[in-house]
Design a binder for this molecule. Structure first.
Ligand SMILES: [Mn+2]
Length: 307
């Protein structure tokens, strides 16, 4: 039996008591270019062993105050249909504590809709970082293809803010043009002076429940080669953190759900390290915004060897 997966090598808290839940979803069914995203969650968690407990931007050790649990992975079983797998993912996520910050690790991007429908049934906004619009109604015969999640999400009425887009079908471009519920920040425009700031201002004005869905190919592949469908251009590391900070410092936003998907481990291990560090930033920025720094030191790190 495989040993339980951990973040920062720390013991897992009881899920009911955890402030942060990490859910590995090593799902890979509809990959179209580079394979390997099924190995993403394990590689990200393994890379996290190399991170410091101290998070330098917020200047604290978030897991001194916060409890974290890595949950058992949700994986497809043999001969299971896509529909049954996604139903099972919905049911698993629906049972998780709604107070905790959920960080789901993919796996391919097709995992996002059911988790969102389970966690935010009353609606909300999806901030979607990606090279691709992912608005196809179906692809290669399936609505569960990794090219389709944002179509499924938009069809249920969630508002979409897409960031870093630089590859899409003409029909997706037409939908974006005609649909007031979708705001797209195309990558080429976003990298011009002033436009990035306009995006941050939009995020600072958001309110209500927000789901942050990060396809790692939204970042520049020069930084992160380990993605299934790389595209030139893309966000810098610091832009990614600016975006996360804009959402976590906005008190009108309830950001309790993040997915980080489409990572494909690669020999240099830079890609999985970047994803692991992004998980740590999510925990730190969110935890700081929730006032955990003022709470007693009873987090997952207590008792762990810090040398
Ligand atoms: Mn993508």
């Amino acid at each position: 039996m495989k040993r339980a997966m951990q973040f920062l090598s720390l013991p897992n808290a009881a899920p009911a008591e955890a402030d942060v839940l990490i859910l590995p979803v090593p799902h890979e069914q509809t990959v179209t270019y580079k394979a390997g995203t099924a190995n993403g969650p394990e590689a990200i968690l393994a890379a996290s062993e190399q991170l410091e407990f101290f998070e330098e931007d917020m200047a604290w050790c978030p897991l001194q105050q916060m409890k974290l649990a890595v949950l058992p992975a949700v994986e497809a079983v043999a001969n299971e249909s896509e529909e049954v797998f996604h139903r099972r993912l919905f049911e698993t996520v629906e049972q998780l504590s709604s107070d905790a910050l959920l960080i789901a690790l993919g796996g391919e991007h097709s995992i996002t809709p059911e988790m969102l429908f389970a966690r935010l049934p009353a609606g909300g906004t999806v901030v979607h970082v990606d090279a691709h619009a992912d608005l196809r109604p179906r692809y290669q015969g399936s609505i569960y293809n990794h090219a389709c999640p944002m179509h499924r999400i938009r069809a249920r009425g969630y508002r979409l803010i897409q960031v870093g887009i630089r590859s899409l079908h003409a029909n997706e471009a037409a939908q974006i043009e005609s649909d007031d519920g979708i705001t797209v920040w195309f990558d080429r425009a976003l990298q011009r002076p002033g436009v990035w700031q306009q995006l941050l201002e939009q995020l600072a004005c958001l309110s209500g429940p927000v789901w942050l869905s990060i396809d790692m190919d939204g970042f520049d592949p020069a930084l992160i080669a380990g993605v299934g469908t790389p595209q030139p251009g893309g966000l810098s590391w610091h832009q990614g953190l600016d975006l996360l900070q804009a959402l976590t410092t906005n008190r009108a936003v309830d950001l309790r759900n993040i997915d980080i998907v489409e990572l494909v481990p690669e020999p240099s291990r830079v890609s999985e390290m970047m994803a692991a560090k992004l998980v740590q930033k999510c925990i730190s920025y969110w935890g700081k915004s929730q006032g955990f720094a003022q709470r007693p030191a009873q987090g997952s790190q207590i008792g762990a060897d810090d040398e």
